[in-house]
Ligand binder design. Structure first.
Ligand code: UDP
Ligand code: MG
Length: 139
């Protein structure tokens, strides 16, 4: 079990003005932000980030969406971070996300689902270093 996970506040949630509310949920749930940036993915970077999904039918839509506007990228610290953060964000499909989860509150569809959360410690490490250098992580 590692104590870090990686998140993005996706373009839909930024466009809809939910950055502040989502960061508040993250803080209230006991996560400490140890790195954060406001940035925009190029189409190429979005394709690289989601390359494990490149064979899926939704891939083109996903990478077009993820590169269409700014995002927040952040590294979060907490005991059991990966699992606890997946619990906080809720199911991929917002209609199945539990009440009070970030996706239940802020997602608009299966594709435009407000936030990303790493699905394993291994992927959290890969995703962290995709977005941040060690000097940008202030734990
Ligand atoms: N996605 C989609 N359609 C689907 C499944 C996923 O558009 O049928 C998008 C959605 O934005 C999701 C992302 O692809 O967050 C990555 O999918 P994954 O299965 O990894 O879901 P997550 O880990 O984000 O819950
Ligand atoms: Mg995933």
């Amino acid at each position: 079990m590692s104590n870090r996970t990686f998140t993005m506040i996706k373009p839909d949630a930024v466009e809809n003005g939910h950055i502040g509310a989502i960061l508040e949920k993250i803080n209230s749930a006991g996560f400490k932000i140890i790195a954060m940036k406001y940035t925009q993915l190029s189409l190429e970077k979005a394709e690289k980030f989601y390359e494990t999904h490149s064979d899926r039918p939704f891939f083109n839509e996903l990478v077009t969406f993820m590169s269409r506007g700014p995002i927040i990228a952040a590294i979060l610290e907490k005991d059991n971070a990966v699992e606890d953060f997946r619990e906080l964000i809720g199911s991929t499909n917002p209609s199945e996300a539990k009440e009070g989860t970030i996706r239940n509150l802020f997602a608009t569809s299966m594709g435009e689902n407000a936030v990303h959360g790493s699905d394993s410690d291994e992927n959290a490490k890969i995703e962290e270093s995709f977005h941040f250098t060690s000097e940008e992580i202030l734990s």
